[in-house]
Design a protein around this ligand. Structure first.
Ligand SMILES: Nc1nc2c(ncn2[C@@H]2O[C@@H]3COP(=O)(O)O[C@H]4[C@@H](O)[C@H](n5cnc6c(=O)[nH]c(N)nc65)O[C@@H]4COP(=O)(O)O[C@H]3[C@H]2O)c(=O)[nH]1
Length: 540
């Protein structure tokens, strides 16, 4: 094979392996990013849920007190002041508790009765917990939020929550890895407590937030972000909003990316090594085969062809074996493909023909019509040296046959001419493994073919109910119509032998009779006339 062609072939297989490798890793990478994106989004959601849980439990406690405050004496007797103080003492979130009358006057708080009262806005006539703020508490002089409920009698009881306490409790600073996390007004989106740079999705109105929601896309700071928002269950007027930008997904994945990159290099190196190893193995088989030829480790075996009517050996198919120095006896499947690829098949086949002539001499002398069949292919039929060896052999072997498959028959135009020459010289042409090719059958009429060897698979179908069984009868019928001789290959049972004989196929080859034999065994058997495949023709 020319080296430029070999190089191009290698390059193509390397490119294909690289493409396959890249495709697999591309898919893995995409999966990794999807997994990281989902993990990152879950992470943001979990943080927001945690903050929500902490704030909600505090607010629930305050709301429980405000609900109980329905029964407080609003005239601010000492018992009321005591209860308010007790509550402030118990709950550090509450810095002050106040009672506002229907006119909006703060008349009483946890510090005592206010005289004169301080004017505030009149209580809203609405159910439920509400908040407003931040305000500056007149007593504490600190920024605070007001949580309030209006009682059935129109009085409002409220609690002051210092902004610092809220900030400290929520401790949003610990989530500085997020783009931002904020406690916001659910209606307006105005942040009340914020950690990070607050930004909102473009073209995606979020507010008012009524239930938990996700948003993804471009934000007003120009970044691509993911956002999760959830209103506080006990005070839906407030919501927790958390967000991270997509760059963090890459940051999270960088470790895995390194691992994946290393894996890619490793797999690629392994593929290259395997490729290299395969090439080396091919090379070594090639050089081993060269040595085998030089050291004459290749030898012929002969599988008898039997006339099933007389049980006589009427000829042989010549097959090849390799007596490998370490592997033992090897069949043709192990080395014939490589011999064909490297061109060594020509040298091997010429030696095979010469050896067969020499070894079969005694049998040919006893029976000049003894058939001898060689396997050939398109390559051999275009080689003059091989053809010359066949013509030389034909001087000793009257009934010489070449077997080639349908594929080889049709491989090159030149083959047809060569076959015509062979037939002209009196050499018989057989189609091997007949029936397994996919070409049409017209070539049987246009090519000089004398003999069809029915493939083993059809013989094996005898007596079985499978797709190939009807084909056998069709093949036999067609061969008779076209006036072609038939040999059945792979006859393994007396039943198959009897059936074939009943269909008029008289020449058999197969393990029911003999396996391929070394020359010594063949000569012995040919003389003793052993019968192995005992038939009962009526069984057919
Ligand atoms: N299961 C089963 N198998 C049976 C039976 N009877 C015969 N066989 C096997 O079937 C194959 C028949 O040879 P093929 O069809 O020409 O097929 C041959 C032929 O295409 C190729 N080959 C063998 N020797 C040579 C050679 O010297 N030169 C070339 N070019 N090819 C060869 O290798 C193929 C395989 O040869 P082998 O391994 O020797 O295998 C042989 C033979 O051992 C049977 O009853 N049952």
């Amino acid at each position: 094979m020319p080296s430029a062609f070999m190089f191009a072939k290698q390059l193509r297989s390397i490119a294909l392996a690289w493409l396959a490798c890249s495709l697999i890793f591309g898919i893995l990478l995409a999966l990794l990013f999807i997994q990281h994106r989902d993990a990152e989004q879950l992470h943001i959601k979990n943080i927001a849920e945690k903050v929500h849980f902490e704030l909600n439990s505090q607010l629930k406690e305050i709301d429980a007190f405000l609900n109980q405050a329905q029964s407080l004496d609003v005239n601010c007797p000492p018992e009321t002041i005591f209860k308010l103080r007790q509550q402030v003492f118990k709950n550090p979130a509450m810095s002050e508790i106040g009672i506002v009358n229907q006119k909006g006057q703060l008349t009483c708080n946890s510090y005592g009765q206010l005289n004169p009262p301080i004017q505030k806005t009149a209580p809203i006539k609405a159910d439920g917990l509400r908040y407003h703020g931040p305000i500056i508490s007149e007593y504490m002089e600190v920024s605070a939020f007001v949580l309030a409920r209006t009682r059935r009698d129109g009085y409002e009881v409220n609690v002051l929550l210092p902004s610092d306490w809220l900030r400290h409790t929520l401790d949003l600073e610990q989530y500085s890895a997020l783009d931002f996390i904020a406690l916001v007004d659910s209606e307006t989106g105005v942040p009340i407590i914020l950690q990070g740079g607050y930004s909102l999705p473009l073209n995606m109105p979020l507010f008012p937030i009524r239930s938990s929601l996700y948003a993804q896309g471009q934000f007003d700071d120009g970044e691509d972000k993911f956002l999760y928002a959830k209103p506080i269950a006990s005070l839906p007027k407030l919501a927790i909003v958390a967000s991270s930008n997509s760059a963090s997904i890459f940051a999270v994945a960088s470790d895995s990316l390194t691992v994946l990159g290393l894996l890619y290099v490793f797999v690629w190196a392994a593929l290259s090594f395997l490729h290299h190893y395969y090439e080396l193995r091919q090379l070594s088989l090639k050089s081993q085969l060269k040595q085998a030829i030089a050291k004459q480790q290749l030898f012929n075996v002969y599988q008898p062809l039997i006339d099933a009517r007389t049980q006589q050996i009427v000829g042989v198919e010549v097959l090849i074996r390799w007596q490998h120095p370490t592997e033992g006896e090897l069949g043709p499947a192990y080395f014939i493909p490589e011999a064909e690829r490297s061109g060594a098949i020509i040298e091997i086949s010429i030696a095979q023909v010469n050896t067969a002539v020499e070894e079969l001499q005694p049998l040919l002398a006893q029976n000049p019509d003894f058939k001898v069949s060689f396997n050939v292919n398109g390559q051999l039929l275009t080689c003059n040296d091989y053809l010359s060896s066949l013509y030389r052999a034909h001087r000793q072997i009257n009934a010489l046959t070449v077997e080639l498959t349908e594929r080889d028959v049709l491989s090159q135009n030149q083959v047809k001419q060569t076959l015509e020459q062979l037939v002209h010289q009196g050499i018989e042409v057989a189609v091997d493994d007949f029936g397994t090719g996919y070409s049409g059958l017209q070539y049987l009429q246009s090519f000089p073919i004398d003999l069809l060897k029915i493939d083993q698979s059809f013989v094996a179908s005898i007596g079985l109910d499978n797709l190939q069984s009807p084909v056998l009868n069709a093949v036999i019928e067609m061969a008779n119509k076209l006036d072609k001789k038939l040999i059945a290959e792979g006859v393994e049972t007396p039943h198959q032998a009897a059936y074939l004989l009943s269909k008029g196929v008289t020449v058999h080859q197969g393990w029911c009779y003999y396996k391929a034999l070394r020359i010594g065994a063949l000569t012995r058997i040919a003389q003793s006339g052993e019968q192995l495949c005992t038939m009962n023709v009526s069984a057919a």
